[in-house]
Design a protein around this ligand. Structure first.
Ligand code: C2E
Ligand code: CA
Ligand code: CA
Ligand code: CA
Length: 279
């Protein structure tokens, strides 16, 4: 019995060692990748529903692991959160997005703004404002051409801190957008306190439009409330023309999704915009 127990122990500890070693190895690789800036930014078009043209883009980070291939952002972003690597990684994203957006402006490309995702630790850690100022300064990008996407839970973690931070960003004219709206927090009373520019309706509500009466009701309520606070609305995850025209009929200003383009390298954004304005 004793030896069987021991074998069991060895079996399980062997399993755990394998997965924790695996995780440790990936963390080390992530550390090296952050030090080397070995990431790529893709950009997803955001479409103005009135003109059906690209108006802005959202930057989404990609990691092509030398051995394991492409690692989903959910995996390495949460790992970067756990290890604190999200601060330098997020700073790399911010700088690269501002650099690219400034380049598009020099190219005369009709892209108004780039949106950058900001994770919880990056927001709370204390150096975000400095990083934003530096990224704008180094790139020469006007601050109104940068938007930060924050989730409700991040905003609500420390309301006093959030109020101060958003006031500073607002004073600089950096735009603020609430990401995945409707999924994170039960109260919406904070909307009247925070200087926010837009809400992004989470794609879980958009997926079953226009068929689902419940999701239609939620979407209409979000749009009505956003407009009463003078916020613009961006619908995420728009995959069909039916969804786009339905959202337009509800007064939703912008949309984003595979219908208009997956996240793509910067050069593809150039091609997309140049071809659409030549017509
Ligand atoms: P998110 O900010 O909600 O980004 C939207 C995600 O939905 C992206 O996944 C995008 O590819 C996907 N998506 C866009 N349109 C559609 C559609 O029509 N249908 C479907 N099914 N999906 C669509 P991605 O690029 O895998 O990113 C996943 C998440 O990882 C992001 O969710 C964001 O939370 C995080 N993330 C990505 N890049 C960054 C970054 O640079 N910094 C931080 N902090 N987080 C990031
Ligand atoms: Ca419209
Ligand atoms: Ca986002
Ligand atoms: Ca989102």
């Amino acid at each position: 019995a004793k030896s069987a127990g021991k074998n069991n122990y060895q079996y399980y500890s062997g399993m755990m060692n394998h997965s924790s070693l695996d995780k440790l190895e990936l963390q080390n690789d992530l550390h090296r990748a952050v030090a080397a800036g070995a990431f790529e930014l893709c950009y997803q078009p955001v479409i103005d529903l009135n003109t059906r043209r690209l108006i802005s883009v959202e930057a989404l980070v990609r990691w092509h692991h030398p051995q394991r291939g492409s690692i989903p952002p959910e995996v390495f972003i949460s790992m970067a959160e756990e290890t604190g690597l999200i601060v330098p990684l997020g700073n790399w994203v911010l700088n690269e997005a501002c650099r690219q957006m400034a380049q598009w402006r020099r190219d005369g490309l009709a892209v108004q703004r780039v949106a950058v995702n900001i994770s919880a630790l990056q927001f709370s850690e204390g150096s975000l404002l400095r990083q934003v100022i530096d990224a704008l300064d180094v790139s020469g990008l006007p601050s109104h051409c940068l938007a930060l996407e924050l989730t409700e839970s991040v905003l609500m973690e420390d309301v006093a801190y959030t109020l101060g931070m958003l006031a500073d960003l607002k004073a600089m004219d950096v735009k603020i957008s609430i990401d995945d709206f409707g999924t994170g927090y039960s109260s919406m009373s904070y909307l009247k306190q925070f200087p926010i520019d837009s809400l992004k309706i989470d794609r879980s509500f958009v997926a079953n439009l226009p068929g689902s009466t419940q999701d239609s009701a939620i979407t209409q309520a979000i749009i009505a409330m956003a407009h009463s606070f003078n916020l613009t609305v961006v619908a995420e995850g728009v995959e069909t023309e039916e969804q786009a025209s339905y959202l337009d009929s509800l007064g939703c200003e912008k949309c984003q999704g595979f219908l208009y383009g997956k996240p793509m390298p910067a050069q593809e954004v150039n091609r997309l915009v140049e071809n659409s304005t030549k017509i």
